[in-house]
Design a protein around this ligand. Structure first.
Ligand SMILES: *Cc1c(COP(=O)(O)O)cnc(C)c1O
Length: 368
């Protein structure tokens, strides 16, 4: 039976998705990206399932996310790459967490924090995104400094990496060219990284020459497609999260009844309205008001009117629905329900955002 608000997480699908992607990508290393609580799926259980599927590294954005995995007893190699001012690098190093380095200043701070130990770092190069990463103008000086710190035993450059824009094949090809230039400069500076990684899920699948010896897999592990024109099934992936709730109320109303805030929906006939206890506090995008599709008892219904903070309504006409019945919001379309991608389309966003924003009131369940 479904919970009042629940996200069922199919960990076997995580394992199978990683196994499948590894088989088609074929790199010696796969970093499973479990940042943002594994895109809303639960970082610790997902990390374990990804490792079971053959991922040999884990990646997070924040040091705290990486430390939480260590606290849960996960001892796999771990990389994190987005650091605030005054980041606690010493805590990360004490937890044997590799650090992405995005500036010369960060490199110096990490070397200091290492004390007598050797900090394992991955130099992050900006190859076009203009976000994190060492600017191309600083590469030579930073590589020279890194090489010096390496000889002094303060750091080891275990990896060099960058991230693609997905703006277009042409843009990603250009970024690959920039990255390759960076690798040559690093090599000339005497750096010999074990791991070279550029591709996330999309490029790992579509651009073999971005794979080097390591890829970082996020969305694909969750069974979702990073492409507009290809479904999960077309990629051989199984969606991991199924979001559902129990019907909280059912009422029979007359024709012409207004529904939810602003009465953007009115019934056309006498009809049955069903209240679903999920709203934008739970990550159901308000932008999908009047557009998202749910399924109840195998039938599909559109959201009627505005999605509110805690609830939305569907008009089920003359269908028999009872309080406590299961409403599936999204899951694996192979079983006849809407997908996270369908909701993304309804809300004008991407499937990444749909799953990642599912809120803390929604209980994650891990069937065994
Ligand atoms: C989030 C993230 C990824 C994962 O990307 P997907 O498209 O979900 O596979 C990879 N690398 C970096 C640097 C990221 O921030």
């Amino acid at each position: 039976m479904t919970g009042f608000r629940q996200a069922q997480i199919d960990l076997d699908a995580v394992t199978a998705n990683i196994r499948h992607l590894r088989a088609i990508i074929g790199t010696p290393h796969v970093i499973a990206v479990v940042k943002a609580d594994a895109y809303g799926h639960g970082a610790v259980p997902v990390a374990r399932a990804a490792l079971a599927g053959g991922a040999d590294w884990l990646g997070t954005a924040d040091i705290d996310e990486a430390l939480a995995l260590r606290a849960a007893g996960i001892d796999a190699p771990l990389l994190c790459w987005l650091h605030p001012a005054g980041a606690d690098f010493a805590a990360a190093l004490a937890g044997s967490i590799d650090l992405g380095v995005s500036s010369a200043a960060q490199l110096a701070e990490i070397a200091d924090a290492a004390g007598p130990a050797t900090a394992q770092v991955h130099l992050k190069l900006d190859t076009g995104l203009s976000r994190n990463g060492i600017a191309e103008a600083d590469w030579e000086a930073t590589f020279a400094h890194a090489s010096e710190l390496e000889r002094a035993g303060k750091i080891a450059v275990r990896g060099i990496f960058s991230h693609l824009s997905n703006a277009s094949a042409t843009d990603d090809r250009a970024a690959l060219g920039v990255f390759t230039r960076g690798l040559a400069l690093a090599d000339a500076a005497g750096l010999t990284p074990d791991l070279v990684h550029l591709a996330a899920t999309a490029a790992a699948i579509d651009m073999p020459d971005t794979r080097f010896n390591t890829v970082r897999i996020g969305i694909g592990m969750y069974g979702l497609s990073p492409f507009d024109d290809r479904s999960s099934a077309a990629l051989g992936l199984t969606p991991v999260m199924t979001l559902s709730a129990q019907v909280a109320a059912v009422r029979r109303v007359a024709a012409g009844s207004g529904v939810s805030y602003d009465y953007t929906y009115r019934t056309t006939d006498e009809s049955t309205l069903v209240l679903v206890p999920l709203g934008y506090a739970d990550g159901i995008p308000r932008q999908a008001s009047g557009a998202g599709i749910v399924s109840i008892g195998g039938h599909h219904f559109r959201v009627a009117g505005r999605i509110a903070m805690d609830q939305f309504v569907v008009d089920v006409g003359n269908c028999a629905v009872a309080v406590g019945d299961e409403v599936v919001v999204f899951g694996d379309p192979a079983v006849g329900v809407a997908s996270a991608s369908d909701w993304a389309t309804a809300a004008g966003t991407i499937n990444y955002e749909i799953v990642t924003r599912i809120g803390s009131r929604v209980q994650r369940r891990y069937p065994v």
